[in-house]
Design a protein around this ligand. Structure first.
Ligand code: DQA
Length: 137
């Protein structure tokens, strides 16, 4: 089973960025833990700060992979293009947010990803990615 985690802008700074909200762990460290836990899966990881690169990656994997876990970060709230890409592809997408976006500023309450997602996991920290993997297996 092929699953990819796609992280959007500023998530390359996990571990350093606003640790009270996003924690102290880098995503690379957490991804190693995930690979240990789910050894029978083919797990991939992609991060970009560039909207078009995220869309290109969704197109690349979206007709071939079994699952996509997408944290589009700030683009969640702004990007019609990423929302359209999620709609255009065939692979199911689970939307993940580390923080509870509904408990934060109003502008974070809207998502262009959610209407076309299989499901949404918010507010469970990095564990949300593991829960998303479990939803596919
Ligand atoms: C985030 C929430 C977004 O509102 C924010 O812009 C992020 C991270 C999260 O995982 O909690 O960069 O997607």
């Amino acid at each position: 089973m092929k699953i990819i985690i796609i992280n959007g802008p500023n998530l390359n700074l996990l571990g350093k960025r606003e640790p009270t909200i996003y924690g102290n762990e880098t995503f690379e460290m957490y991804f190693d833990t995930l690979k240990q836990k789910f050894q029978r899966l083919e797990l991939h990881y992609f991060q970009s700060n560039i909207e078009g690169e995220i869309i290109d990656k969704l197109h690349e994997v979206g007709f071939d992979f079994d699952g996509i876990i997408l944290n589009a970060a700030a683009y969640t709230h702004t990007s019609v293009g990423i929302g359209d890409a999620v709609k255009a592809i065939q692979t199911p997408v689970v939307e993940v947010h580390i923080s509870n976006i509904h408990a934060r500023e109003e502008f974070r309450h809207h998502s262009f990803i959610s209407p076309n997602s299989k499901g949404i996991i918010v507010g469970f920290g990095l564990q949300g990615y593991e829960l998303a993997i479990q939803s596919f297996v």
